[in-house]
Write a protein that binds this ligand. Structure first.
Ligand SMILES: [Zn+2]
Length: 244
């Protein structure tokens, strides 16, 4: 009858193992890593998007600057070509202005080009970050479905074991189950152990002759405890064949 307590102990250890596996799934660790990585990339995305936006504005301004000076250059050239400027001093001034506008256009075009190059680099960085962010989504879905499949399987195993456990616990005296549970919570999940030969399988110690004598004399239904570890000792045929 007490041997059912060992079945209960065995089921409890299996239930513990399932609970442990459920909490330590590799998918959970991978998802946590992914979330951290995603957080970093999300922040980098914000920075890269801001930079691209700023450079686009800068490029539009550089384009407008070039256009404005070019327009002025065209107007000056038209004045020059129309031949309406007759005073040599005014003519010299106009030619001087055209030359300085040409230099200005060259400078502005240089900075326009430089902005374009910076924009291209920033856009490439942004595209790379977006591709990484997209790959996270796929990876996350994959990990989540893996996690869900294993969790479902473990939950099914857990509930079928828990059902068996309830049935076995119902067969045993309530007091015995209660004291077993108290010991189990205190002693690394093991509240009851087989007395295998002269050895307590809970702490692996051999009982001394006096204790064995006491056990031999005890009633079959008496609840015995290991003197070493305090666990409930359950006698099995191997006990009786060794100690009589
Ligand atoms: Zn023991």
């Amino acid at each position: 009858m007490q041997r059912r307590l060992l079945d209960l102990q065995d089921l409890d250890l299996q239930l513990d193992q399932i609970g442990h596996r459920r909490k330590s799934l590799p998918e959970l660790a991978a998802l946590a890593d992914l979330a951290r990585e995603k957080g970093v990339v999300d922040r980098e995305l914000v920075t890269a998007e801001t930079e691209v936006g700023d450079l686009q504005r800068e490029q539009r301004k550089a384009d407008a600057d070039v256009e404005q000076v070019k327009l002025r250059r065209v107007r000056d050239q038209q004045r020059l070509d129309a031949g309406r400027v007759s005073s040599p001093k005014e003519l010299e001034g106009l030619q001087h202005e055209i030359a300085s506008l040409d230099r200005r256009i060259a400078d502005l075009e240089d900075s326009e080009l430089e902005v374009m190059e910076r924009l291209e680099t920033a856009e490439a960085t942004l595209a790379g970050l977006r591709a990484r962010a997209d790959s996270f989504a796929g990876r996350q879905t994959e990990l989540e479905s893996g996690r869900d499949a294993v969790t479902k399987e473990l939950d099914e195993q857990h509930s079928s074991l828990a059902e068996r456990r309830t049935a076995i616990a119902a067969e045993l005296p309530g007091e015995l189950v209660a004291s077993y549970q108290k010991l189990r919570s205190r002693l690394d999940g093991i509240g009851a152990a087989e007395l295998s030969g002269k050895r307590c399988m809970g702490c692996r110690m051999e009982l001394n002759a006096a204790d064995l004598g006491r056990i031999r004399a005890a009633d079959a239904n008496a609840v015995l405890r290991c003197e070493e570890c305090g666990r409930i000792l359950v006698r099995t045929p191997s006990t009786t064949s060794t100690i009589g």
